[in-house]
Design a protein. Sequence first.
Length: 381
Amino acid sequence: MMVDMSELDGKSFACIDGCGMCCLCQPELSDEELKLFETDEFLRSGLTREHLDGRRSARPNAIKLQGGRGACHFLKNRRCTINELKPKFCRQFPVHVHVLRRIQLNVNLSCRGVREEGGSSMRSYGKTLISSIPETKLYSELEEARKVADEFDERCKNAGIYQSPERTRAVAARLLPLFEEHDGIAKLLAFADREPEIGDLPDEEIMAEIAATPPAPDTDALVRESNYEMFNVDDLSRLPVYVDEELRWTVFHSRDGKIQVEILEEDGTLRPVKSIETDDVTLLHRTEDARKLFSKYAELLISRDPFFGNVSSVCDLHGYKHDFLTVYIGVLATTLLDLWWRASLITSLREKRKIDANLAREGIIAFDMDCLDAPTIGAFI
């Protein structure tokens, strides 16, 4: 069985006391876990049929969030009251198991406990995690996911837009130096906006076309509008949460032309902190070290199967009209542009005018959960 754990290499994890970031997610219980919860009155009190994605299950099989949008029902003073019984969903965090053409383990970089060194080995943890999942379930999930992948490939071939995963990733990897350039993201956006039919065009010709493409104008307005819409939701439980360096649960909520900065409390209440005019959040200058971190993050996205699945879902959404590699380049550039804007927002809140390596890292912490939550083909198990 093919299991890719390469993303875990060189990383370690040590849970930070008082963080509680993982407790802001809504676990869905397995059948075995549900049997245990249903037999205990205290555990049963924390169950609900209502899911954050809008589903309503036939029986209560998800854990409530306090106030409908706060922390887990069982979190008190940022401590888990059922630590020995907490669901597998909670125990495996910050590692996600994704299944598509293979099984791949991804690390949620929004978790502040993830480090490049120190703590316990993540690869060792990944092996333990995989061994805890019944082999029959892994094979079953893999078989179903491969069917989905094969069906997607067939639709792409019928539409004349197919590109193999191997070629797509190889071409994308050659774009990494562009993410270290100040206008590299804007050039890639402009190239994708032309909707070129790449087909069997040699890699060198693709790179030459990108190099000759003028940067897209007014990326500031483009990214500002898209992010304002992302934060402009009625259901506040769907807003992204950024755990800052002081472990505050920070929420960005847009309305009336402003970005409202609020602190999410355990019980689901929101405490206003600051209001920023949306037009005041501009793409700030990135230092050389910050641009290198952006390029490194782009390299990570290219390696991730959920990101490849996200591009596939975009292709499906738009009716298989554009060459897959064109869509891939466009989504990759848009994702890095969104990261740049998020890092700029955090930098502005610190009353600084330049994104250095530390603030770029904070941007990734604030952003990576959103990437892993994006629509994708395949499945997380």
